[in-house]
Ligand binder design. Structure first.
Ligand SMILES: Cc1cc2nc3c(=O)[nH]c(=O)nc-3n(C[C@H](O)[C@H](O)[C@H](O)COP(=O)(O)OP(=O)(O)OC[C@H]3O[C@@H](n4cnc5c(N)ncnc54)[C@H](O)[C@@H]3O)c2cc1C
Length: 354
């Protein structure tokens, strides 16, 4: 039984898939153009916030499962290995300008996170209509991605640097390929549902900030996400048509001002006193209909069948859904693999009747 798998991609989705496959006994090679510690405009994972604030609607049980599984995992990880993995437990305050919908008044995730409560109207910042208080996890991608990679290497995983131009380039010697190529899956699969949503964030030094906050207004979305190393991510933009990685200084200033409004403790002496370390631009791999986690069979000219399990298109939720969505992908790998093995078994039986 061939249990070798090529995972394409070394972002949060490729690494998490690879680790879960190793746990199931597969021999995994990660093939990627970029690896943790490196930067590229279309390598999204290092540029994320990142925190757990679910975007799954009350009506989507599949996305809810992804986010719930992941929250529970991160929570345990924070408790057991917080320093090494770059995960931190913090209080969260989310404010909304527009009046709450029925679903927002009864969010599905209120029993997933500890300490959930609606914020009293009297305690809301000016101009806000409702808000949530709860406890969540924040993730520093620059620590967490290398941590995932180390787990993978310690379990005997292999890495190969290669830019894949066609999925058939990576099927030699394996029965299974898992496609975790994020936004660049568009080139490999011609998936028209995948679009890049540009996000601009600003990294500042502010070790006194130990809570995450957000402010959702009609015209913009602002957040403050502290990291384990005393830095804080301030964001963000969601530009559907922006495909340039250049930084617009006006946007930087706008983000600083919005963040200060959302969390006044950030800059008691005014925005000018904030210690800006870096502007970060990334592309969320947004996909209409949610992530594509799906099996496909590639049949070579010689008739060899290879399972391709797609796992891309996680939008602004790649971290917070990672463990649950990759668990779904690994379940599909097992199903697809069993199908290939069964085919082989049937062929063997036919031969034995000759
Ligand atoms: C500004 C911003 C803020 C965000 N905040 C959050 C947040 O708070 N919470 C959250 O959960 N998510 C957040 N996200 C979303 C999250 O970052 C993404 O969903 C996630 O990183 C996508 O990971 P991925 O592994 O699918 O893709 P990527 O990280 O892009 O990895 C793709 C991998 O595939 C490789 N690759 C691609 N094409 C090829 C090829 N042809 N050949 C070989 N290798 C290839 C690349 O080299 C790379 O290793 C944010 C994103 C942005 C931009």
């Amino acid at each position: 039984m061939n249990k070798k798998v090529n995972v394409i991609g070394s972002g949060v989705i490729g690494l998490t898939s690879a680790l879960l496959l190793q746990e199931r006994g597969y021999e995994v090679t990660i093939i990627a153009s970029e690896f943790p510690g490196e930067q590229h405009a279309e390598y999204t994972s290092p540029s994320a916030g990142a925190r757990w604030k679910t975007l799954a609607p009350n009506s989507d049980l599949r996305l809810q499962r992804h986010d719930t599984v992941s929250f529970k995992f991160f929570w345990e990880l924070a408790k057991s290995n917080a320093g090494n993995a770059g995960i931190m437990v913090v209080s969260a305050f989310d404010y909304y300008e527009e009046e709450a919908t029925k679903d927002q008044l009864d969010p599905w995730w209120k029993t997933v996170v500890p300490t959930f409560q609606m914020i009293d109207r009297a305690e809301l910042p000016k101009g806000m209509s409702f808000g949530y208080y709860y406890t969540t996890v924040v993730i520093n991608p620059l620590v967490y991605l290398p941590w995932l990679m180390n787990q993978f290497l310690n379990l005997g995983g292999l890495c190969q640097r290669q830019t894949v131009h066609d999925l058939s380039d990576v099927i030699t010697g394996v029965d299974i390929v898992v496609n975790c190529t994020g936004i660049r899956a568009k080139e490999l699969t011609h998936d028209a549902s995948l679009i890049a949503t540009r996000g601009h964030n600003v990294l500042v030094k502010a070790p006194h900030i130990r809570k995450t906050m957000s402010m959702v207004r009609k015209k913009d979305y602002t957040y403050v996400i502290p990291r384990t190393d005393g830095t804080v991510i301030l964001g963000t933009t969601k530009d559907e048509h922006g495909n340039a990685a250049e930084v617009n200084e006006k946007t930087t200033l706008d983000i600083l001002q919005r963040a200060a409004q959302c969390c006044p403790e950030l800059s008691p002496d005014g925005v000018q006193s904030m210690q800006v370390l870096e502007n970060i631009v990334g592309y969320r791999p947004t996909r209409k209909g949610g992530p594509r986690i799906q099996n496909e069979f590639y049949v070579s000219k010689e008739g060899k069948k290879t399972l391709i399990t797609h796992n891309y298109g996680h939008g602004g939720s790649g971290y917070q859904s990672s463990w649950g969505s990759c668990q779904e992908a690994v379940r599909l790998v097992e199903e697809g693999h069993a199908y290939i093995e069964n085919d082989r078994y049937k062929i063997k039986q036919l031969f034995s009747r000759l």
